[in-house]
Design a protein around this ligand. Sequence first.
Ligand code: EPS
Length: 385
Amino acid sequence: MSMLRFLTGGESHGVALMTIIDGVPSNLPLRKTEIDRELKRRQLGYGRGGRMAIEQDAVDIVSGVRGGRTLGSPISLMITNKDWPNWTEIMAADSAPPADSVLTQPRPGHADLTGLIKYGFGDVRDVLERASARETAARVAVGAVAKRLLREFGIAVESAVLRIGSVEAVSRVTKPGDGANADGSPVRTLDKTAEPAMTAEIDTAAQAGETLGGIFEVVVFGVPVGLGSYAQWDRRLDGAIGRALLSVPAIKGVEIGDGFDLASRPGSEAHDEIGYAVDKGFFRTSNRSGGIEAGMTNGSPVRITAAMKPIPTLGKPLTTVDIVTKEPATAINERSDICAVPAASVVGEAVVAIEIANALLDKFGGDNIDEIKRAWQASREAERL
Ligand code: EPS
């Protein structure tokens, strides 16, 4: 089920990144500044590379918004690549790239080699331009629209970094506003003790020609009961969230709630017991499930963690094979980030927001925002049985 649909297009060093979002209801207040704020957050983070010094990502709203409100028509967004003027020859649409620009040494861990084989190319650039994590800027723009929709219903999607390399943070997102607090940290952690150790580990990695991965969490506050469904596999919200996060470049693992840790516990310590109070209705005494049971939100905050592998473009490149000579070679080393976990946490918020917004529209429907609010209000009253 997809009420909210979108595609992205654009190469990392092409003219621009684009997206068309279909299914956003009418009369939703939406401003360019709100989208730009999210794009800016994605660019930040200690350990990012030279490209982020060039770009100042900002959106052009091309369609679907008039007078600061959505029209219910497709919303087309464009993020121009500031770097494009430096790439007009190599990335030209209608003339061959210079012969000396051809890249033939694929990076282990990136899309390069498999992409070359799959699409029948002889230049790694034909693959890396689209496989680049720059695409996530477009998804963050879509996520900003989804977040704006969710805000109308008091739903907030927040995140923080829990690990960078070997350094673990103990503080977690526990209340609305913690995500904004994490924005105040160069590594988006809430753990002030871990922060200097994290930045030091990034410095050490940079000196060694290394890159670093990590773990971040995304928490959604204010979710109503019953987003998603057990009735059909592709309506299970945990499945949709898992897919969305695993489709972000370099994400290799996703946990909902206590995730892998639940596997080693007895059943009596793995679930969330049910209580009832007149003032707040049904509630859970814990949140081990991460707010999702049987593919549906149960009213507790939705809590997700995701693991990011280290970026495969290394200052000290790995061994590969030149696709022309078939001789051992060192992998190409485009400038890159040392660590992009803080940025990935912002991307994580975006893709989760899109899935929650999609599930919300699926449940409450409606062409305009007021219609949806009426259905949402009726459902909230029904939560108490
Ligand atoms: C990125 C832009 C890219 C990379 C990075 C993410 O820019 P460039 O290739 O010009 O340096 O910095 O992409 C990767 C790390 C990757 O492996 O693809 C961005 O906008 O986020």
